[in-house]
Each structure stands twice: as structure tokens, then as C-alpha cells.
Design a binder for this molecule. Structure first.
Ligand SMILES: [Cu+2]
Length: 114
């Protein structure tokens, strides 16, 4: 019961709550556990890997969990995820979590299914 109420409330208050936290660039490692809302696994294809800024450009299918249509866009990547072995063109499955009010890749795997 508590969880379902929280889920509904989250959509309403997420932006205002997360925006009150200043970006703490110096304490990067404190961020990674804060994804309190996550999507299911999403199919996509990697278009660009920006290792310097830890961003992935992903062509993704529609994501009903987060009310997003199919599109190509850049996502930030959670600190806990290694992106060294990823390359453009990889078919992937990934999930998103909201970190500081932004949808962030919190899990990723190469999709080996045909
Ligand atoms: Cu998108």
C-alpha cells in the first residue's frame, strides 16, 4: 500500500523535490544509490558513447514506464556502471532510474537475442 501511494506521489513531486538538491559534482559517488524510481528493461541501440561526460546516446523503443516515445537521445550513466566495453552499434537492454530528477541509465547489458 505504502509503495503504490509513493509511486503515484513520486510523479507529482519528483521534479520539485529533486531540484532542491544542488548538483554536488565533488561528491560524485554519493549519487549512485538515489534512483528511487526505475523502469523495466528497455531495448535500444547504442549510437554514441561519451566516456568523458559519461553519457550514452541511445536509440530506444517506446518506454511506457516513463511515458517516453521511441526516440534517439542522450542519457547520463550511473557511476556504478562501466561503459568501457560498450561501442556504437551495440544492441542493448537497459533500465532507467531517476537520479537528481533526470532519467539515468542504472543497468545495461548487451542484447544477444536475435
Ligand atoms: Cu527518450
Amino acid at each position: 500500500m505504502y509503495l503504490s501511494i509513493q509511486r503515484v506521489l513520486f510523479r507529482v513531486i519528483a521534479v520539485s523535490v529533486f531540484c532542491t538538491f544542488p548538483p554536488a559534482q565533488a561528491n560524485h559517488h554519493e549519487h549512485e544509490a538515489h534512483a528511487s524510481q526505475t523502469s523495466g528493461m528497455i531495448k535500444g541501440e547504442l549510437r554514441r558513447i561519451d566516456t568523458e561526460n559519461r553519457k550514452l546516446t541511445i536509440k530506444h523503443e517506446a518506454i511506457p514506464d516513463v511515458d517516453m516515445a521511441a526516440m534517439t537521445m542522450a542519457f547520463r550513466v550511473a557511476d556504478s556502471i562501466s561503459i568501457d566495453k560498450l561501442k556504437a552499434g551495440d544492441k542493448i537492454r537497459f533500465s532507467l532510474g531517476k537520479v537528481e530528477g533526470k532519467w539515468t541509465v542504472v543497468a545495461i547489458e548487451i542484447d544477444t537475442s536475435p
